[in-house]
Design a protein around this ligand. Structure first.
Ligand code: NAG
Ligand code: NAG
Length: 268
């Protein structure tokens, strides 16, 4: 057991390195934390981007626009004491996956544009809830409004204030006058959407395995547990292919091995 175990562990490490080094090659050179550091009054926004993991996601992408909010305008969001997941959804609405600088905002074809956000890209946004409409209003002000706004008071439109950082077609950081939100972004997350691993699985497979209540952490752990209950053929196949899952000691490495297996299967 010890020799194969060591072999598995080392080949696992090599594979992990390989996968990480070939992960969607990153040409982006910006650092949103460093950009926002120039604005002392945006430290809260910056801190939350880092805390929710969005800063890394922003740094890995090109052609992106961040709608930044200063500390004073962040206060109402802070006061709502949202869960980390809801906070991440709300903030991801502020990351447009297209490049809009000051000039482009004022040259929108037909005066408006629908733009996808990282909330949409996360796969957690129902329908068009992850879309934001940009529109130029009479008098020249530009407004951003989440698409599933409806009549809900939480779905506010916010106004463009001024550009903070413009790096054409790579990243723009624009100050807006308030936090955007929407019911979908603040909705309590279900186990299926909050467990990152479930995105790679057939979501209908996850539900029956969730034996404990609705706690997302529990659901996540249960989904990863090695209990060989109902035959999850896909996972067993992957386990055989990988050979590491049986020997993996903890839940964390199990989850890692599973993710890795998926990546390998995708690469082959
Ligand atoms: C981004 O900038 C911050 C602050 O300057 C720094 O702490 C962090 O390590 C940087 N991140 C990367 C990935 O370079
Ligand atoms: C997910 O599982 C259900 C039931 O097991 C099956 O009907 C459905 O086709 C599966 N979907 C995908 C995308 O595999």
């Amino acid at each position: 057991m010890s020799l194969p175990g060591a072999l598995t562990a080392s080949s696992f490490a090599v594979l992990l390195l390989l996968v990480l080094s070939t992960w969607p090659t990153c040409h982006a050179t910006h650092n949103i934390t460093a950009i926002l550091a120039a604005r002392r009054d945006m430290s809260e926004f910056s801190r939350l981007l880092t805390m929710t993991g969005l800063a890394d996601e922003i740094n890995e992408r090109n052609t992106i626009t961040v709608l930044a909010v200063d500390d004073a305008d962040m206060a109402p969001l802070k006061a709502r004491h949202l869960s980390r997941e809801a906070l991440r959804h709300v903030l991801s609405l502020h990351v447009l996956v297209d490049y809009y600088d000051h000039d482009k905002l004022h040259r929108l074809p037909g005066g408006s544009a629908d733009v996808s956000t990282l909330f949409q890209a996360s796969g957690d946004a129902p329908g068009s809830a992850g879309m934001v409409e940009i529109s130029e209003r009479r008098g020249g002000s530009v407004a951003f409004v989440p698409q599933d706004a409806g009549d809900d008071a939480r779905a506010t439109s916010v106004l463009f204030v001024k550009p903070i950082h413009e790096e054409p077609y790579n990243i723009a950081v624009l100050q807006v006058g308030a936090v955007m939100s929407s019911p979908a972004a603040e909705a309590p997350s279900s186990p299926e959407t909050s467990a990152p691993i479930s995105r790679h699985k057939n979501a209908t497979d996850v539900a029956p395995k969730t034996k404990k209540g609705t706690g997302s952490a529990d659901a996540d752990a249960d989904a990863d547990a090695p209990s060989a209950d109902d035959g999850d053929d896909e996972r067993e196949d992957r386990a055989k292919k990988n050979g590491a899952i049986g020997a993996a000691p903890g839940r964390l490495s199990l989850a890692l091995a599973f993710l890795l297996a998926i990546k390998i299967v995708a690469l082959v």
